[in-house]
Design a binder for this molecule. Structure first.
Ligand code: UDP
Length: 232
């Protein structure tokens, strides 16, 4: 089993909301380490919402430049997560789509595959390397490139896809399975439309699950139905 796990930057911030919380990052690393020890090949794409989202600065700055700042910020998260995983005894490599050779390897697909085969967790930083995209799209793209079995869209204390925000609407309906078109047509919050379209075109399954429920990632990789599964 080979998976591509997408982590939003804000997960690394914990309750602080900004920056990197060592506790939250350790919790994530423990979940990833436990799942990895079960034998799965794990690649990770990290976002940067805890530091910077280009769209929030597009009015004040050149939008492409604002996005480059966001991409650079994802590398900070990738390196922080690498440190936390290594503290769990997991061998990791960071590959960045924006060259930063002192801190990360450049993204080289074949090399990433080799790392995965050798049992290393590969963390992809720098998003897609292009402005006007998101790390959701980077997750879909890298999942396809490494021929992952599925993209795992981690959520923070939300156990799948709902018809509405379950924290605000107690009547929100939870879905066990959905099709890509359901997600697009109903505007459900899974990943952005570019990323969903990419997955739909290549029939890459997506699972939306709560990574902060201990053992959830491990159960998912052991084949249990966890969260909401999206396919054609
Ligand atoms: N970004 C980008 N191209 C990419 C990926 C990310 O320009 O391929 C920039 C964009 O500004 C984005 C920021 O990096 O807002 C952080 O990524 P994202 O918002 O996806 O992070 P998340 O919400 O998952 O933490």
């Amino acid at each position: 089993m080979r998976v591509l796990l997408k982590l939003s930057g804000e997960f690394l911030a914990g309750t602080k909301g900004v920056g990197v919380s060592p506790e939250a990052t350790r919790t994530l690393a423990q979940e990833i380490a436990a799942a990895h020890r079960q034998g799965a090949q794990v690649a990770v794409v990290v976002g940067a919402g805890n530091f910077w989202r280009g769209a929030q600065h597009g009015g004040e700055m050149d939008p492409a430049t604002a996005d480059y700042v966001g991409m650079i910020a994802t590398v900070m998260n990738a390196v922080a997560l690498q440190d936390a995983l290594e503290q769990q005894g997991i061998d990791t490599r960071v590959q960045s789509a924006i060259n930063m050779q002192e801190v990360a390897e450049p993204y080289i697909r074949r090399r990433a595959l080799r790392h995965l085969e050798k049992g290393r967790v590969v963390i992809f930083g720098g998003g897609t390397g292009n402005p006007f995209f998101t790390t959701d799209t980077a997750a879909a793209l890298r999942a396809l490139e490494i021929d992952a079995d599925m993209v795992l869209m981690a959520k923070n204390k939300v156990d799948g896809v709902y018809s509405d925000d379950p924290r605000k609407n107690p009547h929100a309906e939870r879905f066990e399975t959905l099709t890509y078109l359901d997600v697009l047509n109903q505007g459900l919050k899974v990943m952005d439309a570019t990323a969903i379209s990419l997955c739909m075109g290549k029939e890459m399954p997506i699972v939306v699950f709560d990574i902060f429920t201990p053992g959830n990632l491990g159960r998912l990789l052991a084949g249990e139905h966890v969260g909401t599964r999206i396919s054609s």
